[in-house]
Design a protein around this ligand. Structure first.
Ligand code: NAD
Length: 494
């Protein structure tokens, strides 16, 4: 059995089974049984069924928020944000699933005697492996498009935060879904590894190191995979930025969820002329943050969910200090609170020799580096193996957009942070080591389908589907006509 502890109190709050490979196989088989019926329902029927699940979750939202707080040590505002994003995902996909899954008719430009269509079929059982920082949204949130596309789902939540997924499993069944359609298998890494061996698509959210192992296992089985991995998101503050707004963005982006977010603001590059003013504003806002978890909306920053993550935070901090960085605020355990609370920390005099500017910290550190100009900021922003999210701040929208396009990342925010994930209409995902594939947007649903091309003859328009019945004279004519046709088409295309 796996014990689950509340990070902010240290209390034991639950025990869950550690599923072995045979348990995982049986869970996937049960899901496959449910798939046989579910995959034959129409998208409209699935939308109705998932709308009932949404309604049940909405009715239970206070309970879900309490559950999230209990196993993550988040503040209530952060838990509310997670539930809100989940409901936004519901809104988007319930509204668009039917259109996204409908056959697409294609009219050929040349072969007028033919017609084509693209059909989107379900894949089978989708496996989801999720991390501990947003256990509801990164777990069941991914199941929403997978189920709407007609698949069954088997979810392996993080061993640190399995309870919320089990709760959602109970609620989906009480909302009328076949209890076998959405399976939750609890356990640690080996349980996740076993899941990859049985499913038809694997969506993994977690670290780069484990992501590589999952990708290798998926490659062996030749199943598609989506990888949502780490990040080291840069924030670029240009000299004409609204500094109050930029400082507010830096503080929220760095300390939301105690910095345990793949698209946290992990490093700031600010142009020299405004560096002091910007840093002063960041400092004032950081010092005003209230830390603690009492289940109400009284605090801004909660605990670290994974106590080992604190080791990374402390290692990055010490490495930066050893190389000449200065702490302007924070830099220690929060006095009077349990050891999982670390003070929101602002660092200056940092550079790229320091781990804090290169490696993912995933904790409440905000390093601010001065740069000469936008060009240097872009160069440093791109000096990273990661490319998940980024932000650019300027009052000149054209300049901000131009700089944004120079950053090698899957998403960029302009005069904002993080929000690219909060808009489910927008595809979200990484480049470089931040991952493969997208969640949200049309691609976030269609990745859970088997795309089938159907090409048809419009019966009767040509005698036979081959050249054989034609004489050499007709074929010669055709050869000349095809050149002429391409030429004429080319003229119009120009
Ligand atoms: P992790 O890689 O340690 O674990 C993620 C999940 O994989 C867990 O459920 C774990 O039990 C499972 N797992 C571990 N070993 C496995 C194996 N060999 N095969 C299959 N599954 C295995 O990551 P974590 O510590 O839970 O999460 C933090 C990481 O997640 C950070 O790097 C963060 O950036 C990343 N993350 C990325 C996104 C994104 O959307 N890009 C979102 C949130 C978190």
């Amino acid at each position: 059995m796996l014990q689950v502890y509340a990070p902010h109190t240290g209390d034991l709050i639950g025990e869950v089974p550690e599923a072995g490979a045979p348990d995982v196989q049986r869970a996937v088989e049960r899901a496959r049984g449910a798939f046989a019926t579910w995959s034959r329902t129409s998208p409209r029927q699935r939308v109705r069924a998932l709308a009932r699940v949404r309604d049940t979750l909405v009715a239970e939202r206070a309970h879900l928020i309490d559950r999230l707080i209990a196993e993550t040590g988040k503040v209530r505002g952060d838990a509310l944000a997670e539930v809100t994003i989940l409901l936004e995902t519901f809104r988007y996909y319930l509204g668009h699933a039917e259109a996204l899954l409908a056959d697409e008719e294609i009219t050929p430009a040349l072969l007028k005697s033919k017609r084509g269509l693209v059909a989107y079929h379900p894949l089978g059982v989708v496996g989801i492996i999720s991390p501990w920082n947003f256990p509801l949204d990164l777990g069941f949130g991914e199941a929403i498009p997978a189920l709407l596309a007609g698949n069954a789902v088997a979810l392996k939540p993080s061993e640190l935060t399995p309870l919320i997924s089990l709760e959602v499993q109970r609620l989906t069944a009480s909302a009328g879904l076949d209890p076998n359609l959405f399976q939750v298998v609890t356990g640690a890494g080996p349980t996740g590894a076993a899941l990859v061996e049985h499913v038809d698509h694997i969506t993994f959210t977690g670290s780069v190191a484990v992501g590589r192992q999952v990708a290798q296992a998926a490659a062996r089985r030749l199943i598609p995979c989506t990888l949502e991995l780490g990040g080291k998101d840069p924030m670029i503050v240009l000299r004409d930025a609204d500094l109050d707004r930029a400082a507010a963005g830096a503080v929220w982006g760095a300390f939301f969820n105690s910095g345990q977010m793949c698209m946290s603001v992990e490093r700031v590059y600010v142009e020299e002329p405004v560096a002091d003013a910007f840093t002063a504003k960041v400092l004032a806002r950081t010092r005003a943050l209230r830390q603690g978890v009492d289940g109400h909306y009284t605090h801004d920053v909660g605990a670290m969910t994974r106590v080992q993550q604190l080791d990374t935070v402390k290692t990055h901090l010490q490495d930066a200090l050893d190389r000449g960085a200065r702490v302007l605020t924070g830099g220690r355990h929060t006095p009077g609170l349990p050891p999982t609370f670390f003070e929101p920390t602002v660092l200056v005099d940092v550079d790229h020799t320091m781990a804090v500017m290169r490696d993912e910290t995933f904790g409440p550190l905000l390093p601010i580096m001065r740069v000469r100009d936008a060009e240097e900021a872009v160069r440093l922003a791109n000096d990273s193996p990661y490319g998940l999210n980024a932000s650019v701040w300027s009052r000149d929208a054209d300049v901000a957009r131009r700089v944004a396009r120079q950053i090698l990342s899957g998403a960029v925010c302009v005069n904002d942070v993080v929000i690219s994930y909060g808009i489910p209409e927008l595809p979200f995902g990484g480049v470089k080591e931040s991952g493969l594939g997208r969640r949200h947007g049309p691609a976030g649903l269609r990745k859970y389908t088997l795309q089938q091309t159907v090409a048809e003859d419009r019966l009767g328009l040509t005698r036979e589907p081959n050249w054989f019945p034609y004489s050499p004279r007709v074929l010669n004519l055709l050869e000349r006509a095809s050149g002429l046709f391409a030429g004429v088409k080319g003229l119009f295309a120009r």
